[in-house]
Design a protein around this ligand. Sequence first.
Ligand SMILES: NC(=O)C1=CN([C@@H]2O[C@H](COP(=O)(O)OP(=O)(O)OC[C@H]3O[C@@H](n4cnc5c(N)ncnc54)[C@H](O)[C@@H]3O)[C@@H](O)[C@H]2O)C=CC1
Ligand SMILES: [Mg+2]
Length: 323
Amino acid sequence: MPRLLSWGCWRAALARARHPIFSAGHRGTSGGRSCARDPPAGVVELQGELDRFGGVSVSLAGLSSLDRLDAATFQRGLLAAIQQWRSEGRIAVWLHIPILQSRFIAPAASLGFSFHHAESDSSTLTLWLGEGPNRLPRYATHQVGVAGAVFDENTRKILIVQDRNKLKNMWKFPGGLSEPGEDIGDTAVREVFEETGIKSEFRSLLSIRQQHGNPGVFGKSDMYIICRLKPYSFTINFCQHECLRCEWIDLYDLVKTENTTPITSRVARLLLYGYKEGFDKIDLTMEEFPAVYTGLFYKLYHKKLPENYKTMIKNVPNSYLNV
Ligand SMILES: NC(=O)C1=CN([C@@H]2O[C@H](COP(=O)(O)OP(=O)(O)OC[C@H]3O[C@@H](n4cnc5c(N)ncnc54)[C@H](O)[C@@H]3O)[C@@H](O)[C@H]2O)C=CC1
Ligand SMILES: [Mg+2]
């Protein structure tokens, strides 16, 4: 879909003029800009990129001419641009401000902008212009932690650690926070290797814990996922910074011990059930699918689906379904 642009051209006659002026332009219906096609030197030209919801996204990055702009002048210019975008019926403005231009945050806030989120080098503020209450989606709501229950079926041994820096040192599965863009199984394998030195491969998802109000998660909720991993190295070489202890113990001993967390104890019992009666009883297996967005893929986790259901044609006769 073509990317529409809504031009907010601020005529900031910088440096030379006594009173820099702004005027907010916009994309004319003919698709041309209402601003001068070749603005004179020193004009700050801001591209507000339209999104598919009718919002305008404006980035201050790369506008070196803003370096000499004072906050008050910026505020006047932004006010003019907002009035322009409001008259065009835009529903919101997303303002992306590089960390070194944070002096523009307060003027924007005085015009009603509020923080949406920040990354290491920039913050994003939003202003709702639409009818009724603000309908913009919030930023991330959860942190994702992933642990690996590394279980060796041949010896019935399970790999456990005691974390350093924890209030109570109880036995748990090695694991940690997922990196941006990292698959769940990859987080589990990586964190197990980093914390214990054991190499493993992903087998399935076993459990998902959702916890709200977790201290130390910056007010976010916590999604803690435990995966079943199969080891292919056995010599422990654990990270002294993160762990106090790391051992292979018999799965029965983990089921029986008191010195563990409830979730670890429950997943140990789940593993024992799978070990005794078949892992298909407990596994959420993973399958990769092409996403509707070209070139992207996603991983789907669910109980094993028999092949005939996977390949069943869409208009299957009711008789087949015994309905
Ligand atoms: N089995 C259980 O019940 C437990 C579950 N979890 C879950 O595991 C996930 C996180 O795993 P972790 O092993 O804790 O993460 P991790 O393996 O990624 O380690 C995080 C590291 O960052 C350090 N750290 C955390 N906050 C810090 C701060 N504010 N300043 C300095 N250092 C800091 C920690 O000491 C730790 O060394 C979460 O989803 C959590 O809910 C964590 C502990 C126990
Ligand atoms: Mg950890």
